[in-house]
Design a protein. Structure first.
Length: 121
């Protein structure tokens, strides 16, 4: 279970050029609620972990999470990445709100697939 506190250094960024430091679960849910088609949001924290969602043009939410440093030119992209698809906005907003507050069971609502990525540049 979570203690309700956000992950350390949590930042939310959106395709609408919005950035929120230390977002609450309600703020994360609101951003998912108003995500436009072909829009995205990314949650990042100090531990190099991230969760992100893209609302594809066909109305399907592509949810991803992983860990690893964001790339420097010629550097490593992510050490690990998993992806899931859903049409449920409620499922996405609840899960990302729970991820933001370090709930260990946040991912249980999805069936995840590993995404192979290059390890170096």
């Amino acid at each position: 279970m979570t203690d309700g506190r956000p992950r350390g250094g949590l930042v939310l960024r959106t395709s609408r050029d919005r950035m929120t430091a230390g977002p609450t679960a309600d703020q994360v849910r609101a951003e998912v609620e108003y995500l436009p088609r072909d829009g995205w949001l990314v949650l990042e924290c100090d531990s190099d972990a991230f969760a992100q969602v893209w609302l594809r043009p066909d109305g399907v939410y592509q949810v991803e999470h992983g860990f690893g440093a964001l790339p420097e030119p010629g550097g490593v992209r992510h050490a690990a990445l998993r992806s899931a698809l859903t049409v449920s906005r409620d499922k996405v907003s609840a899960a990302l709100g729970r991820w933001a507050h370090a709930d260990p069971d946040w991912a249980a609502a999805f069936t995840w697939s590993s995404v192979p990525l290059p390890v170096g540049g």
